[in-house]
Design a protein around this ligand. Structure first.
Ligand SMILES: Nc1nc2c(ncn2[C@@H]2O[C@H](COP(=O)(O)OP(=O)(O)OP(=O)(O)O)[C@@H](O)[C@H]2O)c(=O)[nH]1
Ligand SMILES: [Mg+2]
Ligand SMILES: [Zn+2]
Length: 289
C-alpha cells in the first residue's frame, strides 16, 4: 500500500528536504527518478509518496516564480531588509535587490531596520521617503517599534527576507515571534569575518503567514538579465511605458526619453535613474557585482 499526498517544502539543508506532515516537520528524501530532474526548492509544492514508514518526493509541481538567491519558489512577496546603520543604508544595493526581485515577477516590500539607532530628523529618511513616493510599501522597524504592521503585511502570504548580512533579518523574525531564537550576530563580527550567521533557507510560520529567513548575500549578479526587460521594472518607471520616442529605449543617451524627462520634472528621483543606468551598464558588460 502506498499513499500519495501534496505538501509544501519548508526547509532544505544540503540533501535533506523537510515538509509539514500531520503537523510535524518531517524529513523527506528525493526519489531516484527526481534526482535527475528538477530539484525541489523551499516553497515548492511537491507530490510525496509514502513507502513503508518513509516519504519520498516524486514530483515537483509547476512554480509560479522562483528566486536563485535565495533559492526559493512560489513566493508572494520578497521583503528587502535594509538597515540604516551598520551596515549603513545603501540605495545602490537596495535598488539592485529591487530590480532582481521585480525581474522574477515577485512583489518587493522594503523593511527599514535599526530605526531605533537613528534620530527621526536624520537625512537618511529623505532617501527612504523617495521609495515611498516611488510606490513601494516601506515599513520602518527597530527595537521598541510595534510589530503589528509587519504581521499584517505577512498575513496569508509566503514571504522571503533578503538583504545584506547584518541588516537584521534574523533579529526581525525573533522580534515578530519570541518563540524563535534564530542566531543573530554582532554586525561587526558578521561583516569582518565575511560569514553569514544564517546558513540555510527555511520557511517559518510567523503570525498568519510563512516567512523565510535567508543568509545575506555577498554579491548580486545580473548576468541572467535582459536589459530591455529591466527598462521599466522600477515601480515609478512603469507609468512611462511606451512614452519614450524609441520603443526599446533604455533611458541612457536616447533622445526624447520619457524617464529622463520625468527626472527633470522631479517626478523620478535622480539617484534612481543613476542606479538603474548602472545596472544596465553592468548587464551590458556582462559584469557581476
Ligand atoms: N538596535 C538594533 N539592532 C538590531 C536591529 N536589527 C538587528 N539588530 C542587530 O544587528 C545585528 C545583526 O542582525 P542579524 O539579525 O543577525 O542580521 P542578519 O540580516 O540575519 O544577518 P545574516 O544572517 O548574516 O545575513 C545583531 O547584533 C542584531 O541584534 C534593530 O532594529 N535595532
Ligand atoms: Mg541571519
Ligand atoms: Zn527612455
Amino acid at each position: 500500500m502506498s499513499e500519495h499526498m501534496k505538501a509544501r517544502c519548508l526547509r532544505h539543508i544540503s540533501n535533506q528536504y523537510s515538509f509539514m506532515i500531520d503537523h510535524q516537520l518531517t524529513i523527506v528524501k528525493a526519489s531516484g527518478k527526481l534526482r535527475k530532474g528538477l530539484s525541489p526548492m523551499v516553497g515548492d509544492w511537491c507530490e510525496l509518496q509514502k513507502i513503508g514508514d518513509e516519504y519520498v518526493i516524486q514530483k515537483v509541481l509547476p512554480r509560479s516564480n522562483q528566486l536563485i538567491r535565495p533559492s526559493m519558489a512560489n513566493i508572494d512577496q520578497a521583503i528587502v531588509v535594509t538597515s540604516l546603520f551598520r551596515p549603513d543604508f545603501s540605495e545602490t544595493l537596495l535598488d539592485r535587490q529591487l530590480m532582481l526581485i521585480a525581474y522574477e515577477n515577485i512583489e518587493p516590500i522594503i523593511i527599514i531596520t535599526k530605526c531605533d539607532l537613528v534620530s527621526n530628523d536624520d537625512p537618511v529618511f529623505e532617501k527612504v521617503r523617495a521609495y515611498e513616493k516611488a510606490g513601494y510599501t516601506v515599513l520602518k522597524t527597530g527595537i521598541g517599534f510595534p510589530i503589528q504592521p509587519i504581521l499584517d503585511q505577512l498575513k496569508d502570504k509566503i514571504s522571503v527576507l533578503t538583504g545584506q548580512s547584518g541588516a537584521g533579518k534574523s533579529a526581525l523574525i525573533n522580534r515578530l515571534d519570541s518563540s524563535f531564537q534564530l542566531n543573530t550576530q554582532e554586525t561587526s563580527k558578521a561583516l569582518n569575518r565575511g560569514k553569514h550567521t544564517t546558513r540555510h533557507v527555511e520557511l517559518h510560520q510567523v503570525g498568519e503567514g510563512y516567512l523565510a529567513d535567508t543568509p545575506g548575500f555577498s554579491s548580486l549578479s545580473f548576468t541572467h538579465c535582459d536589459e530591455h526587460i529591466c527598462a521599466y521594472l522600477f515601480k515609478e518607471f512603469s507609468p512611462f511605458v511606451g512614452k519614450c520616442r524609441f520603443r526599446n529605449c533604455l533611458h541612457l543617451n536616447e533622445p526624447d526619453c520619457a524617464i529622463k524627462e520625468a527626472v527633470k520634472q522631479g517626478e523620478i528621483a535622480d539617484f534612481r535613474l543613476t542606479n538603474y543606468q548602472e545596472i544596465i551598464q553592468m548587464i551590458k558588460e556582462g559584469k557581476t557585482q
